[in-house]
Ligand binder design. Structure first.
Ligand SMILES: [Zn+2]
Length: 380
């Protein structure tokens, strides 16, 4: 007992350096070290890590929100006047192919200008985090662009030109449909079949059928089904029990993504959030998890790395903080485990969706009365 108390004290002594993490994410939004230059094409996702990180830290007031919202909208691939690029619509990751800065109006045709499903997901999340009402999001164009990405086997490409296709992009597509409150962007049944086929013999999920189980794929599988509201339908109670067991077994001190691999900060979110969605996260060892995450905290420049004594990066900084939020670290906002945004941003989305529903009812009744008057006027 005394030994347990000592261990607890040891855990408690590691402090969470909130102000340094705020500065880390502020810097991420301004300038990145040269070694990140290869991430240029996915800049929107890096911005999402920083914005959502600041949101979890309850520090969004350091952001100039309006100019950030404009910048995000400038990455929307909009339909051209003749709609010939509808299959390419979504959000692009950055302006690297040289499309001129524009936040509205018809798009400029360019053969290689297309959205990327992960950028569309993180772009929409970022707009929600910043309190935007998504009124300038061309929902129908995004959904049209999404439909083109789904393959016959139910999986998704990231871009219409073709790319890897797997469960990650099903997750992005499911998040987009969920946020836009419109599932016409995907064939849900086919996606569920692909997810089912990715369940491996050891009850984790692989990138596809016959592939090795992995914490990241498992998160994408379970979170997608939760967003679709189809988890219990897709798997039997026994299968779900085995999936829970596979996930629980990933805890060492923190979590690893695969058996016999070292623990890594990001899996405190990927596996932690999966366990939360499966209703058993409370059976994990919170203090060991916290202690590992904090061991990867950079005490000088802020942020978190994947391992202790390694360089921090925006992904691990964000997911480390989310991992801490899941175990109830004080002064952090709660994270929605399936969408990977704060509960606050999620509630903003719910509010928007209620407004959309009210407006569409209004429109329906307006159309109804218009049609009534038309038929009255032409009645014999
Ligand atoms: Zn990692």
């Amino acid at each position: 007992m005394a030994e347990e108390e000592n261990q607890f004290e040891e855990f408690e002594q590691i402090d969470f350096l909130r102000d340094r993490h705020i500065r880390f994410f502020q810097r991420t939004l301004q300038i990145l070290p040269e070694r990140y230059s290869s991430l240029e094409t996915t800049r929107l996702t890096i911005v999402f890590f920083a914005l959502s990180g600041l949101d979890v830290l309850d520090a969004l007031d350091v952001i100039e929100k309006n100019s950030m919202i404009e910048w995000i909208y400038s990455h929307q691939v909009l339909p051209t006047d003749d709609q010939s690029n509808l299959s390419q619509c979504g959000f692009r990751g950055s302006s690297h192919i040289g499309i001129p800065y524009s936040t509205k109006g018809p798009g400029v045709p360019h053969p290689y200008d297309s959205g990327h499903v992960a950028m569309t997901y993180t772009g929409l999340c970022s707009l929600l985090i910043l309190g935007d009402d998504l009124s300038r999001v061309n929902k129908q164009a995004i959904l049209a662009g999404l439909r083109v990405l789904q393959l016959e086997d139910g999986s998704f490409y990231a871009v219409p030109e073709g790319s890897e296709n797997d469960i990650r992009f099903i997750y992005c597509a499911a998040s987009i449909c969920y946020m836009l409150d419109d599932w016409s962007g995907m064939d849900i049944q086919k996606a569920i079949e692909y997810i089912r086929s990715s369940l491996s013999y050891d009850s984790g999920f692989g990138q596809g059928a016959g592939r090795e189980s992995h914490g990241g794929w498992t998160y994408c599988a379970i979170a997608s089904l939760c967003l679709m509201g189809r988890l219990e339908e897709a798997f039997t109670a026994k299968e779900l029990e085995r999936i829970r067991r596979w996930c629980i077994m990933r805890q060492q001190t923190g979590f690893h993504g695969r058996p016999n691999k070292p623990v890594d900060t990001c899996y405190s979110f990927w596996v932690g959030a999966t366990l939360e969605l499966l209703g058993v996260f409370q059976y994990t060892h919170f203090e060991k998890n916290r202690s590992f995450i904090l061991s990867t905290q950079d005490r000088l420049v802020g942020g978190f790395a994947k391992w202790p004594d390694s360089h921090p990066d925006p992904l691990h900084a964000y997911l480390g903080i989310c991992g801490l939020a899941l175990i109830g670290e004080p002064n952090l906002k709660k994270v929605h485990p399936a969408l990977n945004i704060t509960q606050r941003a999620f509630e903003h989305l719910q509010q928007l969706q209620r407004t959309w529903k009210d407006n569409s009812h209004l429109k329906d009744s307006q159309w109804g009365s218009d049609l009534d008057s038309v038929s009255e006027n032409y009645a014999p």
